[in-house]
Write a protein that binds this ligand. Structure first.
Ligand code: CA
Length: 468
């Protein structure tokens, strides 16, 4: 007699794109595009409406996801600090507890002796940012060239790896797309998508940065002023008014961005189809997320880094038919440092005690713990770094308010410039001013709130052991 033993630990398929803002996903109410396959995860699972990164920039967020730690603890505070992969992280723990593990696509945590992926049975990564077309990839230390479009290739390699897996063991696959990162090069088949339409401009497109910090005014990420020819792929027409030129830049930028997203969406569909074909949909946790958010013309900007909503928020969709109710959503807070412990919780493995997050399992399963996190700590470390010139800051967000402190110093953090600024504070009332256009830090009626939030900010700082 053959006994069929049901695999107890779920497979974990973690699909992450790069710079894909939640407001360019139709499940999140996008007004500018449709993402039917990503939406499928939301329809069959749960949508997190308040998932935030703790530092809105690529490498640091990736390091937090892997280690379950804030950047001052995992050593990747900026783009200029490679991750020391000798440290503990989620893939290592899963690999040591019965999982077959793989990392395919954009790694962006450095490479070489102490920064190559560890904890993965198989890895095949883009060097640094990687190329959109015919990319080189480093397969277990060996560089190879792959013909084709990067989003398709990363998916092909992921499907190949899943095909070759041991069916008797659970898997943990990190499938990390390069797209839709700058310079937004779409696949040939989508180069004419949206050609005959104008994409709607965001409400804050003409933000004039009044009533805000000098930091917002000084940032170099304005769609009309700071996008380069390599971004928009042609010279701008020379007969346009400043307003028309700004719109022209936005259309050039956002269309290519959304075309890159279209390929991501197709490829998410391919991955979901594969799970169906294999009959493993029920026993596989599927996540779709991005390393941070992005400004899609919001505040007149592209890029990220700021603690403002569009950059802070990560899309986070999870499907796990066994445990997660279909078509559900939550406004409970979730952070990138929580992902690792969530995976370990489902794998029924104890998390290392130095991980700093919280398993999201109760939220995923529709519970509402009374003691759930009601505030989050954020810190962007790169002071005035080129080319975007965003001042270093830390802050706290609650369900109703956000307090940000631009401390004006480089603190000799790698990548930072020695360009001291007057420290400044911003407070936003997110209920009255969800677009964050009006800093009320100095308003007399908010002084009690300022006091409470400062207390909370320094409590959180202490709790996460960020002392300086
Ligand atoms: Ca990114």
């Amino acid at each position: 007699m053959i006994l069929l033993i049901e695999q107890k630990q779920p497979n974990i398929l973690f699909i992450m794109s790069d710079d894909h803002a939640a407001h360019a996903i139709s499940a999140y109410g996008s007004r500018i595009n449709e993402t039917p396959y990503i939406d499928r995860i939301a329809k069959e699972g749960i949508r997190f409406d308040n998932c935030f990164c703790t530092n809105s920039i690529c490498a640091p967020s990736r390091a937090s996801i892997l280690t379950g730690k804030y950047n001052h603890e995992n050593g990747v505070r900026t783009l200029w600090e490679p991750m020391d992969t000798r440290q503990q992280h989620v893939a290592k723990v899963l690999q040591g507890n019965g999982y077959q593990t793989a990392m395919i696509g954009k790694w962006h945590l450095g490479h070489g002796k102490n920064s190559d992926p560890t904890g993965f049975d198989y890895w095949n990564i883009l060097p640094d940012q990687g190329d959109y077309n015919n990319p080189d990839m480093i397969e277990m230390g060996e560089t190879k060239s792959y013909p084709g479009y990067v989003t398709d290739i990363i998916t092909d390699l992921s499907l190949d790896w899943m095909n070759k897996r041991d069916n008797n063991k659970p898997f943990f696959l990190m499938c990390h797309h390069k797209a839709p990162h700058r310079p937004w090069k779409p696949d040939e088949k989508y180069k004419n998508l949206y050609e005959d339409i104008d994409i709607q401009e965001p409400e804050t497109f003409h933000d004039d940065y009044q009533n805000r910090s000098l930091a917002a005014f000084e940032a170099v990420m304005r769609v009309d002023r700071d996008l380069q020819k390599r971004d928009v792929k042609m010279d701008p027409p020379n007969d346009l008014s400043p307003e028309a030129l700004k719109s022209w830049y936005y259309q050039r930028y956002i269309k290519d961005y959304l075309r890159c997203v279209a390929s991501i969406d197709d490829n998410v569909g391919r991955m979901l189809d594969y799970l169906d074909t294999e009959g493993i949909t029920d026993n596989t946790i599927v996540i779709y997320t991005s390393d941070q958010g992005f400004f899609l013309g919001d505040h007149g900007w592209y890029d990220k880094r700021f603690m403002y909503e569009e950059s802070l928020r990560m899309p986070f969709l999870v499907r796990y038919p066994k445990m997660v109710k279909a078509n559900s959503s939550t406004s409970s807070f979730a952070l990138n440092v929580d992902f690792a412990q969530t995976f370990l919780d489902y794998a029924e493995v104890e998390a290392p005690t130095d991980m700093q997050g919280t398993s999201l399992r109760p939220i995923l399963e529709g519970k509402n713990p009374a003691d759930w996190q009601q505030s989050m700590y954020y810190r962007y470390w790169e002071h005035m770094s080129d080319p975007h010139k965003v001042g270093a800051h830390f802050g706290v967000r609650t369900h109703t308010h956000k307090l940000i402190y631009y401390y004006g110093k480089s603190l000799n953090v790698p990548g930072s410039y020695d360009d001291p600024k007057e420290p400044e504070w911003e407070l936003f009332d997110l209920e009255k001013d969800p677009s964050e256009l009006n800093n009320v830090y100095h308003h007399p009626q908010y002084q009690e709130t300022v006091k409470e939030l400062k207390k909370e900010l320094f409590l959180l700082k202490k709790k996460v052991c960020d002392f300086d």
